[in-house]
Design a protein around this ligand. Structure first.
Ligand SMILES: C[S@@+](CC[C@H](N)C(=O)[O-])C[C@H]1O[C@@H](n2cnc3c(N)ncnc32)[C@H](O)[C@@H]1O
Length: 277
């Protein structure tokens, strides 16, 4: 049986609806978080350099760029292992390039960024690889610059279908030598790496029927179903304990649970400041 240890590939890259899933995620997450950046960076300063690592379609950067005044003259850079989600149409202020977070970053990017952001990418390196990825990203921030990570805690589930989905995810992550308990550890890793003013906010994003906004109910249910389906497709070619029938039922069970009871996506948003020299 195949496994998912190929480190040059992204788990969900074969999901034909991945770009749509990520766009929905951006909408429901920022709607609930209220703002994309909780690190107390001063956005009134012009000429900020902002990096979004593991950016995929760059949707987080695009949103941020849209909300900040164009005369701020900021630089927005997004990087990813694969360019397959890079959009053809994007603001000229945004540059996208290929970069594996496990490999060295360009020398001339050291100490230059005011904000380094990464969301939903640490499972690619697991608990063992995360401290090194974090320390490399801190290397890119300028002294006094900020780092912000956002990662989901998939262990927080409400209904039986979501619990079954979590068990499946645990098995898939194990085939990647990864872990599902990464998010609660980030704050400690930031402190160990010497960041200052470390802060953490937990957001329980309401999904499906639980979301008080009608529009977000449909979008969040669809987001979760697309994710469930993407993971099930990966599972079909992975050494997991779920029978083909159980896998087949999982997506419809998830959809039913989201529209009847709803669910929750727990996100950890963690930030810290690189000490000034
Ligand atoms: C779940 S998506 C999140 C994308 C984006 N940060 C967002 O929140 O919309 C994970 C992204 O991490 C990227 N990725 C996975 N492993 C990576 C690696 N080793 N280096 C850089 N990017 C990686 C994938 O290609 C994918 O685009």
């Amino acid at each position: 049986m195949a496994n998912n240890k190929d480190t040059k590939r992204y788990l969900m890259e074969k999901n034909p609806e991945e770009a749509e899933r990520l766009a929905l995620a951006q909408e429901i997450i920022v709607d609930y978080m209220g703002k994309p950046v909780w690190a107390p960076i001063d956005f009134s300063k012009p000429g900020l350099k902002i990096l979004d690592s593991a950016t995929a379609s760059g949707v987080w950067l695009q949103d941020l760029e849209r909300t900040l005044p164009s005369e701020s003259n900021n630089t927005y850079i997004g990087t990813d292992l694969t360019p397959m989600f890079f959009p053809e149409k994007r603001s000229p202020a945004i540059t996208l390039s290929i970069q594996n977070i496990k490999e060295p970053w360009p020398e001339d990017w050291m100490n230059i960024f005011d904000l380094v952001h990464q969301r939903a990418a640490l499972p690619a390196v697991g608990n063992r690889g995360s401290p090194k990825v974090i320390s490399d990203l801190i290397g890119l921030a300028k002294p006094g610059g900020w780092i912000q990570f956002v990662e989901p805690d998939h262990s927080v589930v409400e209904g039986p279908a979501d619990r079954a989905f979590f068990y499946l995810l645990e098995e898939i992550f194990a085939t990647m030598d990864s872990d599902t308990d990464i998010a609660p550890r980030i704050e400690g890793w930031f402190q160990e790496a010497g960041l200052q003013s470390v802060g953490c906010k937990i957001f329980d994003v309401p999904l499906g029927a639980k979301n008080p906004k009608k529009e977000m109910q449909a979008k969040s249910a669809k987001f979760y179903a697309l994710g469930g389906n993407g993971v099930v497709q990966v599972a079909k070619n992975s050494p997991v304990s779920f029978s083909p029938e159980a896998l087949e039922n999982l997506v419809s069970d998830l959809q039913e649970e989201m529209s009847s009871k709803g669910g929750v996506l727990r996100l950890y948003c963690v930030w810290g400041q690189k000490p000034s020299v």
